[in-house]
Design a protein around this ligand. Structure first.
Ligand code: CA
Length: 704
């Protein structure tokens, strides 16, 4: 007994010591549950489990934001999209950059403390729909957690960046990728993945923060039905038809998560179907598509300790337009019809803003936050009233549908200001043509597998027409009242692809944009109060923190991501094409730091060989280009400012070199893998002929 008493006493002393450590930067449940009050730090992706991205800090405010200046900056070592939210812990900034690299900085001085490169193989880029981006880290104890593009979950020592453990979370033979930030609940690291354009089956899994052991896995869509399936997947299988599992099904959990500790519910956002065209993955009796296809495009509530299904709400039943519900999920307590309600809010791709009861999953309200044409509204049960003309897989006819696959809002985080009662949405309006491909066959090796003709919306070479069409593609910062379900104010942007948002107790909303600015607006009315020329498109969301009582605002700048890699940057602003200068920018009051002069955008001459191929060859090239090249190198080869503009590529001059790149994999390390298994030599020749023809058209139209 005496000995036991001694052991108990020794254990108590040990736990007291551990509690002491916990006060000096170790992150546990207590810290994460109280993140809201910890305004000095930013310890989880959306700042709190509610993912509101509101900081109560008010030292920088509407009255003095004009004195905000550049405190320091740090250049990143890649020229690809930057989408990360930095974590801030005890005066240190931890962030991810393109290619899943990690860097740690002193938050006041900008000194680089360490960096880590997981050495993602270059060829992984070909599995990624939307650039080689990464949106951030999670922390627990003294570790950081990183999801890599090639599907690994890695635990790093926070002080040094040293790898503690590493786990492959996906089947490397399939086209899974990770771009999202993990979250941690009670020592469990949660991570999903992407790949629904490439025939995968979506899931989210939990790993033990200690050693990376997989604790549970929650699949969002059913596999080939079997008696052993959990009930929620048996129920889901009733809403599919045909042999969807052979095509993957989709439903990837590539971004949104939120957690309500009182209800002990983890909310996940589920993505689109694979392929997009429902007629192919769930044909129904007449082959034109049938069934809701649960849990595609749904918000699902699950138990974080077991992965057990609790409820779901499906935003787009029978999804066929790439309308993911992976967009930012935000929790808040609102007064609706005189009653306090615990709600969950989302502005998914489909264009409706949803307010859902987060205890039951019951629909409260939903209104369009952008003009949309696929639904006439939402009925009282929360089911959309569809526009039959938008059901292109049923009609078999192409349809121009608003929004298109980029959605009315994409991954860019929103923010909520509790004082104003407003949700700030980085929204955009971009319609798209959905043209069903007859006789489509999946290609398990390469390319977008969506079941639509991705070349159907190609624009003619006439620069005036192109500019007009691009002009209809608009972006805005919407200040949305979720109770009234309408915008209170909005700010128009020049282009659609703008930054994530931060709201602060200083009455400010911070957002970067595709006009290479980083701005502060009055949270109450949208007045622009401050603007910083960032020299590059800003798509990532800012954070704020304090060190020694002084408030800082930090944002990772750098043009990239789905829209940026396919858009002609010059058409957003002819005078100043959007370029990628990947850089962390940090601001404080009274600082007067300067960026180096902006370099000119490097542009190779437009000097193609003459176009001599026949129309049939060029048509074949157009078709193959749309399927295998357009998603990275821009539709109709118009060229973006992020990835090589093929009209200007030197490889056009030499058939051999072109074939060595496209079929030989000569540039594999840079992400340009071999397409030899998907494209014959004749087809690769046709693609070259098509690009040469396009380059000549554009040269004739006056492009230099
Ligand atoms: Ca998608």
């Amino acid at each position: 007994m005496k000995a036991n008493g001694f052991i108990v006493a020794a254990l108590s002393a040990a736990s007291l010591l551990l509690a002491g450590c916990s006060d000096s930067g170790r992150i546990g449940s207590e810290e994460l549950l109280n993140a809201e009050a910890d305004s000095a730090n930013w310890i989880t992706y959306g700042r709190t489990y509610s993912e509101q991205r509101f900081s109560p800090l008010d030292q920088i405010n509407t009255g003095n934001v004009d004195q905000l200046g550049l405190a320091w900056f740090a250049d990143m070592d890649t020229a690809r999209g930057q989408e990360a939210t930095p974590l801030v812990i005890d005066g240190k900034l931890y962030l991810t950059t393109a290619w899943s690299k990690v860097k740690a900085f002193d938050g006041a001085s900008g000194k680089l403390l360490w960096e880590y490169d997981p050495q993602v193989p270059g060829e992984t880029a070909a599995k990624a729909c939307c650039d080689v981006v990464n949106r951030g880290l999670a922390t627990w104890g003294d570790k950081l957690f990183l999801g890599t593009l090639d599907g690994r979950l890695i635990a790093l020592e926070r002080d040094s960046g040293k790898v503690i453990w590493e786990k492959q979370t996906t089947d490397p033979e399939k086209s899974y990728t990770i771009t999202g930030a993990p979250r941690v609940i009670d020592g469990k690291v949660l991570i999903g993945n992407g790949g629904a354009e490439f025939g995968v089956r979506g899931y989210i899994a939990a790993y033990d923060a200690k050693d990376g052991d997989e604790l549970w896995r929650f699949y969002t869509v059913p596999d080939e039905p079997s008696d052993d399936d959990p009930e929620y997947l048996k129920a889901a299988a009733e809403t599919w038809s045909g042999e969807w599992w052979k095509l993957g099904g989709g439903g990837t959990v590539w971004d949104a998560m939120a957690y309500d500790p009182d209800l002990d519910l983890l909310y996940i956002g589920v993505g689109n179907g694979s392929p997009w065209n429902r007629a192919y993955r769930s044909p129904g009796e007449d082959g034109t598509g049938d069934g809701d296809n649960l849990y595609l495009s749904s918000i699902v509530a699950i138990r974080p300790d077991s992965g057990e299904y609790v409820w779901h709400y499906q935003t787009t039943p029978g999804e066929t337009w790439d309308y993911t519900a992976t967009q930012h999920i935000m929790l808040a307590d609102l007064e609706i019809d005189g009653k306090p309600r615990k709600v969950l809010m989302q502005a998914p791709k489909n264009g409706f803003f949803y307010v859902i009861d987060r205890e039951t999953g019951k629909f409260i309200s939903g209104q369009p936050y952008i003009p949309q044409s696929w639904a006439l509204g939402i009925d009282e049960n929360g089911r959309p009233i569809e526009n039959p003309e938008a059901r292109t897989e049923k009609t078999g006819k192409p349809a121009l549908v608003m929004p298109g696959p980029l959605g009315g809002h994409n991954w860019h985080p929103m923010a909520y200001h509790p004082g104003e009662g407003l949700v700030y949405i980085p929204a955009f309006e971009a319609a798209s043509i959905y043209a069903p491909l007859k006789g489509w066959k999946p290609d398990p090796k390469r390319g977008f597998n969506v079941g639509y003709d991705l070349g159907a919306g190609d624009l003619p070479p006439d620069p005036q027409i192109r500019k007009q069409v691009y002009g209809t593609v608009r972006g805005k910062l919407l200040a949305w009242d979720p109770v009234a379900q309408k915008a209170r104010w909005e700010v128009e942007h020049a282009g659609p692809w703008n930054g994530g948002v931060l709201a602060t107790g200083g009455g400010l909303v911070f957002q970067g944009n595709s006009s290479s600015e980083f701005n502060a607006y009055d949270a109450a009315n949208g007045a622009k109060l401050w603007s910083f020329p960032a020299q590059t498109g800003v798509v990532a969301p800012p954070v704020t923190y304090t060190i020694a009582g002084e408030q800082y605002v930090a944002v990772l700048a750098g043009w990239g991501g789905a829209y940026a890699i396919t858009a002609d940057g010059g058409l957003i602003d002819d005078a100043k094409p959007v370029q990628n200068i990947s850089r962390l920018l940090v601001f404080k009051l009274g600082a007067a730091g300067k960026l180096p002069p902006q370099p000119d955008l490097a542009k190779l001459p437009l000097d193609p060989p003459p176009s001599r191929a026949n129309a049939e060859t060029i048509a074949l090239g157009k078709q193959k280009y749309a399927r295998y090249c357009a998603v990275c190198h821009a539709p109709a080869a118009v060229g973006s400012t992020v990835l090589p503009d093929l009209r200007r590529s030197g490889t056009l001059q030499s058939r051999d070199t072109f074939l060595q790149v496209v079929r030989g994999g000569m540039l594999q390390d840079r992400g340009m893998v071999s397409f030899a298994e998907s494209l014959t030599e004749t087809e690769a020749d046709a693609i070259r002929a098509y690009i040469i023809a396009r380059a000549n058209e554009d040269k004739a139209a006056g492009l230099d």
